[in-house]
Design a protein around this ligand. Structure first.
Ligand code: SF4
Length: 333
C-alpha cells in the first residue's frame, strides 16, 4: 500500500466497523478497568470462552480495589477454565498497584499505565484507545496478519524486524479521530475476513489498498520450535479425610494451586490404572497417567482436602476435569 492511501485505508476500516462491527460486552464500555480485564482474558483465551465468563467475573471484581482485596486463592479460583493463571496474578498485581499508587482510580497517563505490573505494549494500546479513545498503536496476531498482507510483506512477523515494522505501521496508520473504532476494526478484520489460511478478500473493506499477491501464503513466521513431550504419573488417593492433593510451592508455574500428587513411574507400576489424560500447554504435549492408590503417605506439600472444600480451592482445568470424572465413581477408604 502506498503512503498516500494510508488515511483512506484507516477511514475505510472505521466506516466498515461502524456498520458491521460485532457487539461484545467490552465494546459497550469505556471503563478502563473493564477494558483491561477483557484484554487480559482475551490474550490467550477464545472470545467464546471469555463471553461466558467476563461479565460474571466483573460482577465479582468490579473495581481494581475489589481484586486487590481478594486473597490469592480466591483470585486463582475465579480464573478456573480461562487457563494461563499467571494472567490473573498479573491482573491482581496491577489492581494492587492501582489501589496503592493511584488511590484506586485507574491512571490516564500513558507512562503510569505502562508502569503497572504485567502491562505490555499491546495492553497499553488497548486501554488508551478503547477506554480513552486516544490514537495509540496496537498490534496483535490478527493485526500482524493484516499488515503482512496489505503490504505484501514477507518479513517473519515474529522476528524483531517484523515486530518493529508492524508497530511503526500501527502508529502511522491509527485513525486520529476514532482510534477506538479503528483498532477494533483492524483486529476484527483479522478475526473474521483476513483470517489465517484463505482470507475472504471479496468481502474485505480495504481490498482496494491491499497489495498481497498470494495472501494465503502470508504472514511468514520463523521456523517453529519442536514441541516437547512430557509424561507424568499421578495418583488418586481418596480417604474419609478427603482427596490427597499437592499444593504447588512458591516459584512453581501453578504456585498456590492444587493438583493430584505426582509419583515416579516405578512407584505406580503395581497400582490399578484409571486413565490417561492428554493435553497441550504452549509447546508442551503432556500425557498424565492416573493410578488409584489405596495406600499413600502424604509427602511434603501434600495433604488430604475434604470433599466439601474441593470446589473452593484453585486447580488447573486438567485436574478439575479428573476430579469431576472420578469423584462420583470413587468410594473413600
Ligand atoms: S484483500 Fe484479502 S488479503 Fe488483503 S487485507 Fe483484505 S482480506 Fe486480507
Amino acid at each position: 500500500m502506498q503512503e498516500k492511501h494510508y488515511n483512506a485505508f484507516s477511514q475505510a476500516l472505521v466506516d466498515w466497523f461502524t456498520e458491521h462491527g460485532r457487539d461484545y460486552p467490552w465494546r459497550r464500555t469505556t471503563n478502563p478497568w473493564d477494558i483491561l480485564v477483557s484484554e487480559v482474558m482475551l490474550q490467550q483465551t477464545t472470545i467464546a470462552t471469555v463471553l461466558g465468563r467476563y461479565e460474571a467475573w466483573l460482577r465479582r471484581f468490579p473495581t481494581p480495589e475489589a481484586l486487590a482485596a481478594a486473597d490469592e486463592q480466591t483470585a486463582l479460583r475465579s480464573w478456573e477454565g480461562l487457563g494461563y493463571y499467571r494472567r490473573v496474578r498479573s491482573l491482581q498485581a496491577a489492581a494492587i498497584a492501582i489501589s496503592e499508587r493511584h488511590g484506586g482510580r485507574f491512571p490516564e497517563d500513558e507512562s503510569a499505565i505502562r508502569a503497572l505490573p504485567g502491562i505490555g505494549d499491546y495492553t497499553v494500546g488497548a486501554v488508551l484507545s478503547f477506554a480513552y479513545n486516544r490514537p495509540a498503536p496496537l498490534v496483535d496476531a490478527n493485526v500482524s496478519r493484516v499488515f503482512a498482507r496489505v503490504f505484501n510483506d514477507t518479513t517473519p512477523i515474529d522476528s524483531n524486524a517484523g515486530r518493529k515494522r508492524h508497530w511503526q505501521l500501527a502508529a502511522r496508520l491509527v485513525h486520529r479521530n476514532n482510534p477506538r473504532a479503528y483498532n477494533s476494526a483492524l483486529m476484527e478484520l483479522g478475526q473474521t475476513i483476513c483470517t489465517t489460511g484463505s482470507p475472504t478478500c471479496l468481502l474485505c473493506p480495504v481490498r482496494e489498498y491491499c497489495t498481497a499477491t498470494q495472501p494465503e501464503k502470508l504472514p511468514v513466521k520463523l521456523p517453529r520450535k519442536q514441541s516437547t513431550l512430557l509424561e507424568h504419573w499421578d495418583i488418586w488417593h481418596l480417604t474419609t479425610e478427603g482427596l490427597l492433593l499437592e499444593k504447588q510451592p512458591d516459584g512453581k508455574r501453578h504456585e498456590g494451586m492444587y493438583r493430584l500428587p505426582r509419583r515416579e513411574q516405578e512407584e505406580v507400576a503395581q497400582l490399578p490404572h484409571l486413565c490417561d489424560q492428554k493435553y497441550s500447554v504452549t509447546r508442551y504435549k503432556v500425557t498424565r497417567h492416573l493410578y488409584r492408590a489405596d495406600h499413600a503417605t502424604p509427602r511434603a506439600g501434600e495433604c488430604h482436602v475434604p470433599l466439601n472444600a474441593l470446589p473452593a480451592i484453585p486447580m488447573a482445568s486438567p485436574d478439575r476435569k479428573l476430579l469431576q470424572r472420578y469423584l462420583h465413581q470413587s468410594t473413600p477408604h
